[in-house]
Design a protein around this ligand. Structure first.
Ligand SMILES: Nc1ncnc2c1ncn2[C@@H]1O[C@H](COP(=O)(O)OP(=O)(O)OP(=O)(O)O)[C@@H](O)[C@H]1O
Ligand SMILES: [Mg+2]
Length: 341
């Protein structure tokens, strides 16, 4: 079965072809980051217009690269939500129109299910059940995953997502948009011993987290430094980045370990953009070897939004997805409401 996947929920247009026998055969991506940088954040109307420009050429690129034709495609998967309404409509319309024209099934995919299952695109594949740490720009959740569609939220952030905290903190440190990945790179040359920032809810009895206070703590630290020494220099900024990253990583690792203990699970799967963070991966790898559990990540290029995870989730759901009657988008959509396989 060959599935074409289309992702257009936010600021990345992703198209991919996943073959249930051969695996991922092509994926192409266009990121709108440079376009939105001028505004310091995603401008929804510009995002929708850009998706319209990109989606067909990206589809053609996937076909040209593989020598496949549209008529070889058996089903089309697209992100139905959650995300920006106008942006979602682009992928939704294209997917439904193509599927109608080709007379093949169309599969509406939940964006977070795409992220959640993306580690299954790497080898070795984690077997079900597993604990998932979903850490993206909009979500931070710990989930027990018993199978496709069997998702149980065990804990989540009460305010900012981890990726959002990275981005907002980068902005207040004067790092160009989108700053999360740059902040993490600068943190690598920072001194972990110079500053200590709070670890919000580190020892709370539940599996919830909170990251919005951390950015306020960074702001207070920046003001203190400026009052003492004038404008912060590069070394100080890097040390602050490091202190911030140390705090986030410690919270994410400790809560994950607690969830593993609580559920008795032996496999941890990390998904979403913050899953690309090197310090988080190192800390989790170390904990895994000490505590005897296995940890799985998506391929680095598939941590942030992409069409491959949508094609893959579509292929997983193909067997039992119901043909969509008409089409609609779901800018807000609860993952727990998905039907189980
Ligand atoms: N190396 C890194 N370290 C920390 N954060 C990172 C790194 N690389 C990317 N990010 C963060 O990942 C986020 C983007 O990830 P992703 O594309 O999964 O999220 P999203 O699609 O915006 O949100 P959602 O999927 O929840 O709707 C951004 O917030 C970015 O700062
Ligand atoms: Mg995403």
């Amino acid at each position: 079965m060959l599935v074409l996947g289309i992702e257009s929920s936010c600021d990345e247009t992703g198209v991919a072809l996943y073959d249930s026998e051969r695996g991922l055969v092509a994926h192409h991506l266009h990121t709108q980051m440079a376009m939105h940088a001028e505004y310091g954040g995603v401008v929804p109307e510009l995002a929708s217009r850009d998706h319209i420009r990109r989606v067909i050429p990206l589809t053609e690129a996937c076909l040209a690269e593989t020598g496949l034709r549209l008529t070889d495609v058996d089903a089309i998967a697209y992100t139905q939500g959650p995300g920006l309404g106008g942006a979602l409509l682009v992928g939704t319309s294209v997917a439904n129109a193509l599927a109608f024209g080709l007379d093949i099934p169309v599969i509406a995919v939940h964006h977070l299910e795409g992220h959640l299952l993306s580690p299954l695109l790497a080898e070795p594949r984690p077997a079900f059940p597993f604990l998932a740490l979903l850490v993206s720009g909009g979500h931070t959740q710990l989930m027990a995953v018993h199978g496709i569609g069997h998702y149980e939220v065990l804990g989540e952030t009460l305010d900012d997502a981890a990726g959002e905290a990275f981005d907002k903190t980068a902005k207040l440190l004067g790092i160009d948009y989108p700053g999360g990945a740059t902040l993490s790179r600068l943190a690598e040359s920072g001194d972990p011993a110079r500053f200590t920032l709070p670890r919000p809810m580190l020892n709370s009895p539940d599996l919830d987290m909170s990251f919005s206070g951390l950015k306020t703590a960074v702001l207070t630290l920046v003001r203190q430094q400026e009052a003492q020494n004038g404008a912060i220099d590069d070394a100080t900024r890097n040390d602050i980045c490091r202190a911030f990253q140390e705090a986030i990583v410690e919270v994410l690792v400790k809560k994950s370990l607690k969830a593993l203990k609580q559920t008795g699970m032996k496999r941890l799967v990390v998904a979403g953009g913050v899953g690309a963070n090197r310090q988080l991966r190192t800390a989790l790898d170390l904990a895994a070897s000490r505590r005897k559990f296995d940890v799985f990540y998506p391929p680095l290029a598939l941590c942030t939004d992409n069409g491959a995870m949508i094609a893959f989730a579509g292929a997983m759901r193909l067997a039992f997805a119901h043909p969509a009657a008409g089409f609609s988008v779901k800018p807000r959509w609860d993952l727990a409401s998905l039907p189980a396989a």
